[in-house]
Ligand binder design. Structure first.
Ligand code: SF4
Length: 365
């Protein structure tokens, strides 16, 4: 059926044939305006790869500190050390919060923060040891590659040494944050004081090589052009071919409120829902041969658009966020129960399933 329809885009023809899409194909699709057809091909590709199941994890999101030595133009979350609303959780507070999350049914803790200039490596090691000792079954998904890179500079240890010590302390997997967009042309305009795209990729490759799997994100909807999106996806694809260490891609819609990009009028509006869908669709098609999972971050989309995104290439909802300070800083709703997510999925005629960090199905609804 699709084969009969697609005649005006060689890139779409190649996607239907299951071929790897080139950089040029990606650019062509970014400029392709038949969103219905693009969505239909992305959805058919999703169905072929992972069927009709839509997964989600019971995650507890914890931001251990909002103090950050960097000052990224796209960030509404960071505070300088000593600011009135700066905070850093004590190990006791972390233990208490994780205990509550476990009682609520969390199977993983997603831990990220700012680049704290004073916290020693032992703080992170102790955090993981405490969680692992009390809750050995909880997957500790902690610290982005950007945080690992910063810790390496701060403590004058190699990134490999940091990863190894944290793994010994209980680190199981890593979130995908800090990837933003790898291309230096755009990266240098949206972040300040964070590692380069190549440094991010190098750290995550080291983690994958050590058996620490990770997610990867892509921050879009600010000042990027199609070539930056496609460059990002191809870099993910190339590394994935090498390590098979990425579990899912999470496209992150830029949330402009309270950011420097908004204050400086470099971005005045959030991107359209049409662009959101195009990003999900093209992510699905560019990564089709190497990565099965494209996550829909409902926290940024809202539930209704998230349902549409699941019908245009997405197969995973991120997540059951019991807490999520970063998006809250930019004024977004952040919590949902497992049952609400299951209902969202049933409403679009798909099969809801709770998964663990590694996409193993734990329960079907
Ligand atoms: S995005 Fe991360 S590194 Fe950049 S200012 Fe915000 S918390 Fe710091």
């Amino acid at each position: 059926m699709l084969e009969q329809l697609v005649r005006d885009s060689q890139a779409l023809d190649r996607a239907i044939a299951g071929e790897e899409l080139s950089y040029k194909d990606g650019i062509d699709l970014m400029n392709y305006d038949n969103l219905h057809l693009l969505g239909a091909v992305a959805d058919a590709t999703r169905k072929k790869l992972v069927g009709d199941t839509v997964t989600f994890a019971a995650s507890y999101y914890m931001n251990y500190t909002n103090v950050c030595a960097a000052s990224c133009q796209m960030c509404a979350f960071y505070r300088k050390d000593g600011a009135d609303d700066a905070y850093t959780l004590t190990l006791e507070e972390i233990e208490q919060r994780v205990g509550i999350a476990k009682q609520m049914g969390a199977t993983e803790v997603h831990i990220v923060g700012g680049f704290h200039p004073k916290l020693p490596l032992e703080y992170y090691e102790d955090m993981m040891k405490i969680i692992k000792t009390k809750h050995p079954q909880l997957n500790i998904k902690a610290l982005t590659a950007a945080e690992i890179f910063y810790l390496s500079k701060l403590t004058k240890n190699s990134t490999k040494e940091i990863l190894s010590r944290l793994k010994d302390a209980g680190l199981d997997s890593m979130p995908g944050g800090g990837a933003e967009l790898f291309h230096p042309e755009i990266r240098n305009k949206i972040i300040r004081g964070k590692c380069s795209g190549q440094e991010w990729l190098d750290v995550i490759e080291e983690a994958h090589t050590m058996g620490i799997k990770s997610n990867v994100t892509m921050l879009y909807g600010h000042i990027e052009k199609p070539e930056h999106v496609i460059d990002h996806l191809i870099k993910i694809r190339e590394l994935q071919k090498k390590t098979h260490g990425f579990l899912t891609l999470i496209p992150l819609k830029f949330s402009l409120d309270n950011t420097e990009l908004e204050r400086d009028h470099l971005v005045n509006n959030e991107c359209s829902s049409v662009y959101d869908l195009k990003i999900i669709e093209i992510s699905r098609l560019m990564l089709a041969n190497v990565l099965n999972n494209i996550s829909v971050y409902w926290v940024a989309y809202g539930k209704k658009l998230a349902q549409v995104a699941l019908s245009n290439g997405g197969n995973d909802l991120v997540g059951t966020a019991f807490s999520e300070e970063i998006y809250r800083a930019a004024g977004k709703p952040t919590t949902s129960s497992i049952e609400e997510l299951a209902t969202m999925v049933k409403e679009i005629g798909r099969v809801p399933a709770q998964r663990n960090t590694h996409f193993k199905i734990l329960k079907q609804f």
